[in-house]
Design a protein around this ligand. Structure first.
Ligand SMILES: Cc1cc2nc3c(=O)[nH]c(=O)nc-3n(C[C@H](O)[C@H](O)[C@H](O)COP(=O)(O)OP(=O)(O)OC[C@H]3O[C@@H](n4cnc5c(N)ncnc54)[C@H](O)[C@@H]3O)c2cc1C
Length: 431
C-alpha cells in the first residue's frame, strides 16, 4: 500500500519540473483558435496532481478497509482500532500536523478532500480517525514548543488518540457556563476538579485538552476567565465514564469524564493563563470545515446509494428513476453535495492562505450538515420500506447524519456566529 509521506516527498521532489512546465503551458494557452480563453481567472476547481493522489489513496482505503466493515462496527459499537492502526500506518491520520512534529503537514484543503473520501465510507469511523485534529488544534495554534513536540509527536509516531474536553453535563453551547475549575497550588502547578460530558475518543485517548475556569470571579470577562491544559490520561484522579450508546456514529467512542484533584504541571498550560476560551474556540476554524467535508462525504454516499437503487427498483412497470418525483430528490441531493463542497473548500482555502475563516467555517459546517440530513432522509424515502430497515445502508446514513448538526456547535450556534460576523462586517464596512 502507498504510504502518504512517500507521496508527499515524491511530489515535493517534482515541484521544480512542474513549475517550469506550467510556465511553458502558460505562454501557450492564453487564447486559442476556438476563441476560448484559457488564462486563469483566479479561480481553480481542478485539484493538483498531488491532491488527486491523496484523494485516490483515501478513496482506495475507504473501499478496501472501511466500507466492508462499517456495518459491523455500527452494529457492535466496537471501537475501530484495526482501522485506526492501518490508517495511521499509511499516514491517513494527523495530516494537519507539520513535518517538524512528525506529520505530513498537508494543507487544510488536502486534509479535507481526504476526509470527505473517508467519511463516504462511514462517518463513525471518520470521526474516530479525525478527532485528533480537534484535540490537537489548540496545541498546534497556541501550545509551547515542548507541548507540540511531546503530544503532536506522540500522535504521529504511534496510533495514539487525544480528546477535546470542553462540554459539561450542565452546558455545551454556552461555554461561559463551564464549572470545571483549575486552581493554582503553591508551586504554580494546577489542580483540576469537575466533570466533562460527550467527549469523543475519551475512552481510548492517552491525553486530553481540558478547558477549565481559572478565574473564580463570576463577573470576569469570558476572554479572561478560562485556561486550557493538556492532561495525561493516566494522571491520578481521572475517571472515565461508560460508553454512551448514541443514535448514530456508534463506533465513535463518546463518554463523560470526571476530574477529582487532578494535578497538572504548569508546563501543560496551553496558551496564556485566562485565554483558554480563545484557545479552545480557535480550533473550530480548523475543524468545522472538517465536519463539513465529512457531511459532504455522507451526502455523496446518500446520492450514490439512492441513484443506484432507483435505477434497479421497478414500480408500475419501470425503474423508479424514470419518475420525476424521484429525479428531483436526486437533483436536490446533487445540488447540496456540489454547493456544500464549494463552501468547505472556500473555508479551507482561506485558512491555507492565512486568512481568518470563522465566517466561512460556520457557513460550510451549517450548510453541509443540513445537506447531509436532508440527503439521508430523502435517500431513505427513495428506498421506501427498505430504507427503514437496518439491512440496507441508508438507515445508518440517516442516524449517522444527525450528530453533524450538533457537535462542534449546533446549527443554531453556527447561525449565531454567521449573523454576528455578518453584522460586524456591515457595521465596519457598510453594505
Ligand atoms: C456524539 C457526540 C460527540 C461529542 N464530542 C464532543 C467532544 O469531543 N468534545 C466536546 O467538548 N463536546 C463534544 N460534544 C458535545 C457537543 O459539542 C454539544 O452537545 C453541543 O455543543 C450542544 O451542547 P448541549 O448538548 O449542551 O446542548 P445545549 O447547549 O443545551 O443546547 C440545546 C439546544 O438549544 C439550542 N440553543 C442553545 N443556545 C441557544 C441560543 N442562544 N439560541 C438558540 N438556540 C440555542 C441548541 O442549538 C440546541 O438545539 C459531543 C456531543 C455528542 C452528542
Amino acid at each position: 500500500m502507498v504510504i502518504l509521506s512517500t507521496l508527499v516527498r515524491s511530489f515535493n521532489g517534482r515541484s521544480i519540473v512542474s513549475a517550469s512546465s506550467r510556465q511553458l503551458l502558460g505562454s501557450y494557452s492564453v487564447g486559442n483558435e476556438t476563441g476560448i480563453r484559457n488564462e486563469s481567472t483566479g479561480f481553480n476547481f481542478e485539484p493538483s496532481d498531488e491532491s488527486k493522489h491523496f484523494i485516490e489513496l483515501s478513496s482506495k482505503f475507504t473501499r478496501d478497509e472501511i466500507i466492508p466493515k462499517a456495518a459491523y462496527y455500527d452494529k457492535t459499537g466496537e471501537y475501530p482500532w484495526e482501522i485506526v492502526k492501518k490508517a495511521h500506518a499509511i499516514g491517513l491520520m494527523n495530516t494537519f500536523v507539520p513535518a517538524k512534529y512528525g506529520g505530513p503537514g498537508l494543507t487544510l484543503t488536502d486534509s479535507l478532500l481526504m476526509a470527505e473520501e473517508i467519511a463516504y465510507g462511514c462517518t463513525g469511523i471518520s470521526t474516530a480517525l479525525g478527532n485528533n485534529a480537534l484535540a490537537g488544534a489548540p496545541l498546534l495554534l497556541h501550545g509551547s514548543e515542548e507541548l507540540k513536540e511531546k503530544y503532536l509527536g506522540w500522535i504521529t509516531s504511534e496510533p495514539v488518540q487525544g480528546a477535546y474536553c470542553v462540554t459539561e453535563p450542565g452546558t455545551g453551547s454556552d461555554v461561559s457556563g463551564l464549572k470545571t475549575k483549575a486552581i493554582k497550588d503553591a508551586n504554580g502547578d494546577w489542580v483540576i476538579n469537575g466533570q466533562k460530558m460527550w467527549i469523543t475518543n475519551s475512552g481510548v485517548a492517552k491525553w486530553y485538552f481540558v478547558l477549565t475556569r481559572t478565574n473564580p470571579d463570576p463577573k470576569a470577562k469570558i476572554s479572561e476567565a478560562f485556561t486550557g491544559f493538556v492532561v495525561d490520561r493516566d494522571t491520578p484522579g481521572i475517571t472515565v465514564g461508560r460508553k454512551e450508546w448514541n443514535m448514530g456514529q456508534r463506533c465513535s467512542d463518546t463518554r463523560g469524564l470526571s476530574f477529582e484533584n487532578v494535578k497538572v504541571p504548569k508546563e501543560n498550560m496551553v496558551g496564556p493563563e485566562g485565554k483558554g476560551f480563545i484557545v479552545a474556540m480557535s480550533a473550530f476554524d480548523f475543524t468545522r470545515p472538517a465536519v463539513a467535508s465529512a457531511a459532504v462525504g455522507l451526502a455523496r454516499r446518500c446520492l450514490d446509494e439512492a441513484s443506484k437503487y432507483s435505477l434497479e427498483r421497478k414500480a408500475f412497470g419501470q425503474p423508479i428513476a424514470n419518475y420525476q418525483a424521484i429525479q428531483f430528490k436526486l437533483a436536490d441531493m446533487m445540488i447540496g453535495v456540489e454547493t456544500a463542497k464549494l463552501a468547505y473548500l472556500k473555508a479551507a482555502w482561506l485558512h491555507d492562505r492565512g486568512e481568518k475563516n470563522t465566517l466561512m467555517a460556520s457557513i460550510a459546517k451549517c450548510l453541509a450538515a443540513d445537506v447531509a440530513n436532508r440527503s439521508a432522509s430523502e435517500a431513505v424515502q427513495v428506498f421506501g420500506g427498505a430504507g427503514f430497515n437496518s439491512e440496507y445502508p441508508v438507515e445508518k446514513l440517516m442516524r449517522d447524519a444527525k450528530i453533524l448538526q450538533i457537535y462542534e456547535g449546533t446549527g443554531e450556534i453556527q447561525r449565531m456566529v454567521i449573523a454576528r460576523e455578518h453584522i460586524a462586517r456591515m457595521q465596519k464596512n457598510g453594505p
